[in-house]
Design a protein around this ligand. Structure first.
Ligand code: IVH
Length: 719
């Protein structure tokens, strides 16, 4: 029997027991993965798109009835945009500490003196006793803790706030440098700690792929590593080039090593990568020589480092020294200055964003800044250029600091060419419409007033449209969009779906071939069916992002209702040019406007921005044209069952919850029919009080609102 037929004969979801549902869910997930593979990797689908959609719909229906079956491997999680805090919390057996920083060479001397004095208070330390330091590069990544019990990896967690992190075990298991089973004779229980990072080359390559596919690109290797680790779908993490160096421990029972340098050897025996540049230094001079050497080698290392870490090598001494607040007294990070370079400023370009905001960008003679070639740097805004007084032709200083995109710090006065001109921020947009530039937000933001007609904004909007959390069209990256737009193949979103008729033109274009053109068509066809929330997010309505798009979709349910309501609200608002109060919106302006204002997370400001957007005839035409090309899947309105346990109840969570993230708790409450709010008032029905709760818990007590602990909450949810 074919896979599709097998499912047709299956049981109705409403009649399933949980066991049946679990088995069916597993089967469907496997089937979908199988068809995805055939479709995407082999270009050889076995079933029609419609049958494939049915498999997905059935899986979704099962998950709606049995939400406990949703896990990160579910196909519904793979396409759905990911919630940001969906990981369980993990309390670290020992806190994950941070390090105090040293910036100058004297700071190392001061550190060693502090160490010596503290040790002398406790033990008989000879005046000239050496305090050996284990020195290591400080990797610019993110620290994690890996718990091994009887040599087996059990839990892997992020640092979080140092006490509690997020459980990212499944993702960490995909990192090749992390052993699942330790070699040799590891302790019964140990937390191995170290740094997850990405090599620069691999990061650039990954960003190139992301850009080509129209996906999110990351600002630097550290962000890329963090983003890759926090994926809900481990197969995405598996495809990211993450690496790991081990360098510390949390709990270790029993501990057999006596020095940090011994520990590094032991780590290697267990199968970890340890930074080969680590070195034991016996004097301050040696340690400083190490710091300088690392500073010199920094640009040629394959990964970013932002300093070196000095650690007192003897562990008995580390234990005597202990820690203050969140940092050990036995270690210090000696930071490098931010990486800088000088280069020529060839031009100042003005970039136009999706909403018309103009950003000045420095076009630089390409220069190597700490191992990365930099050709563009941000100049932020008109005020910043004024403050720096940089001019085209200047020799400028460019800085690349860990987190930020490269920036221009200033110019070198001695090297200013004779004839330079002060930069004047353009009064007209560089777009072909040359519209007048309008100032906003106290004059800091300048905006092109061309709106929908501005071709630069059009390109940016199309880019947004195909990006990952929107239509997610594989193979149609930012550069393709721009080229197609310039050649007249694309103007409005609907054109994307008409591209499929131009396969013959596309395959003859430079950089395209028969296969890539066919793949593009397949990728576009695959997105003709889209959920209402993604559609709303894709359109690029001012102030509406992914989360609000979802709420709107839940409120209006289907595309026709949604569009009709937006237009009605917009008409009502137009007839009513005065200021409006949210509570009175329906009465004073009209029912559709009132409904919009009262949607969660939307108030008068957002509603007004939406109304302005929908009052443009052209916008509506573009949306209607798009809708003709699509099948928009309705989103179910959140209907609260009559017997829902917390129907009509208003719940507030306060303090730190130890087993749940806030979002997970909120989802549980909503699942039971409750509305979750942030502040406690007389209307509040229940306050769930976590650890370290403050004023909200007090207020609940004052107002006589019912409270419960996290444990009681969990019982309520389960029972
Ligand atoms: S030791 C108690 N060693 O730096 C000792 N940290 O500012 C804990 N880091 O959160 C850290 N390379 O992410 C140590 N060789 C290294 C390191 C390192 C990078 C990071 C780590 C930590 C941060 C502290």
């Amino acid at each position: 029997m074919s896979r599709a037929a097998k499912f047709k004969a299956a049981l109705a979801v409403d009649e399933m027991t949980e066991r049946q549902a679990r088995a069916e869910h597993k089967r469907l997930a496997e089937d979908i993965a199988h068809h995805d593979k055939l479709y995407h990797e082999k270009d050889a689908p076995e079933i029609s798109d419609a049958d494939y959609d049915k498999l997905r719909q059935r899986l979704k229906a099962i998950e709606e009835r049995f939400p406990q079956l949703v896990d990160m491997f579910s196909p519904t999680q793979i396409v759905a945009p990911m919630p940001t805090t969906a990981f369980a919390k993990v309390k670290h057996a020992r806190p994950m500490l941070s390090l105090d920083n040293a910036f100058a060479e004297e700071d190392l001397q001061a550190f060693l003196e502090r160490v010596r004095r503290a040790l002398e208070r406790d033990i008989d330390l000879a005046k000239d006793a050496e305090i050996a330091l284990a020195c290591e590069p400080k990797i610019d990544g993110l620290s994690i803790s890996l718990r091994y019990e009887d040599g087996e990896l059990t839990v892997g967690a992020t640092r979080g706030d140092g006490t509690t992190g997020e459980d990212v075990t499944a993702n960490l298991r995909t990192v090749k440098d992390i052993p699942h089973t330790l070699k040799g004779r590891p302790p019964k229980a140990i937390d191995v700690r170290g740094e997850i990072y990405m090599e620069r080359k691999a990061f650039q390559e990954m960003n190139r792929r992301q850009e080509e596919a129209g996906d999110k690109i990351f600002a630097n290797p550290r962000n890329a590593a963090a983003g890759s680790l926090r994926q809900l779908d481990s197969s995405i993490t598996a495809g990211r080039p993450l690496r790991f160096f081990a360098y510390a421990w949390g709990e270790a029972e029993p501990r057999t090593w006596k020095t940090h340098s011994d520990y590094l050897k032991v780590l290697k025996d267990w199968g970890f990568r340890v930074n080969p540049l680590s070195k034991l230094c016996r004097t301050a001079e040696q340690a400083l020589a190490y710091y300088r050497k690392m500073g010199e080698e920094r640009p040629s290392l394959p990964y970013d480092i932002d300093g070196v870490v000095y650690k007192v090598d003897r562990i008995d001494w580390q234990e005597r020294l202990g820690f203050v607040s969140r940092a050990p007294r036995w270690a210090i990070a000696h930071k490098f200055p931010a990486e800088q370079a000088r280069t020529r400023l060839n031009d100042i370009l003005i970039q136009v964003g999706r909403t018309g905001a103009l950003t000045p960008v420095a076009d630089l003679e390409p220069v190597n800044v700490g191992g990365v070639m930099v050709a563009r740097a941000t100049l932020h805004n008109a005020d910043e250029i004024e403050r720096l007084d940089v001019r085209v032709g200047d020799m400028v200083i460019v800085q690349r600091a860990g987190d930020v995109i490269p920036q221009v710090l200033g110019y070198v006065p001695e090297e200013r060419p004779r004839k330079t001109e002060k930069f004047h921020f353009p009064t007209h947009c560089p777009c072909p419409l040359k519209t007048k530039v309008a100032s906003e937000e106290g004059g800091v933001v300048r905006r092109c007033s061309g709106g929908l007609e501005c071709p630069f904004q059009q390109v940016e909007r199309l880019r947004h449209f195909v990006s990952r959390n929107c239509f997610d069209i594989e193979g149609l990256g930012g550069t393709h969009i721009e080229n197609f737009f310039n050649d007249g193949l694309l103007k409005v979103p609907g054109d994307i779906f008409r591209l499929t008729a131009h396969v013959d033109i596309i395959k003859k274009r430079e950089g395209w071939g028969d296969l890539s053109a066919r793949n593009l068509v397949a990728a576009i066809e695959a997105r003709r069916t889209i959920s209402l929330d993604r559609l709303i997010n894709s359109i690029g309505i001012p102030l509406i992002g992914e989360a609000t798009a979802k709420i709107l979709a839940q409120e209006y349910g289907d595309a026709d209702t949604w569009l009709a309501e937006m237009l009605a609200a917009s008409r009502e608002r137009k007839k009513h040019p005065d200021g409006v109060k949210k509570e009175k919106a329906a009465e004073t302006v009209g029912p559709s406007y009132g409904r919009l204002c009262n949607v969660e997370q939307i108030g008068v400001t957002t509603a007004d921005a939406m109304c302005t957007f929908f009052s443009e005839g052209h916008t509506v035409e573009i949306i209607r044209d798009l809708l003709k090309q699509l099948t928009v899947q309705p989103v179910e309105r959140r209907v609260v069952a009559a017997d829902a346990k917390l129907r009509d109840k208003i719940v507030v969570f306060t303090g730190e919850l130890s087993t749940l993230t806030r979002d997970a708790a909120k989802a549980q409450a909503e699942e039971l029919g409750a509305k979750v709010t942030d502040s406690v008032s007389k209307k509040t029905s229940l306050v769930v009080v976590g650890e370290n709760a403050g004023s909200k818990a007090r207020k609940a007590a004052e107002l006589g609102v019912q409270t419960m602990t996290e444990e009681e909450w969990l019982k309520l949810v389960a029972g």
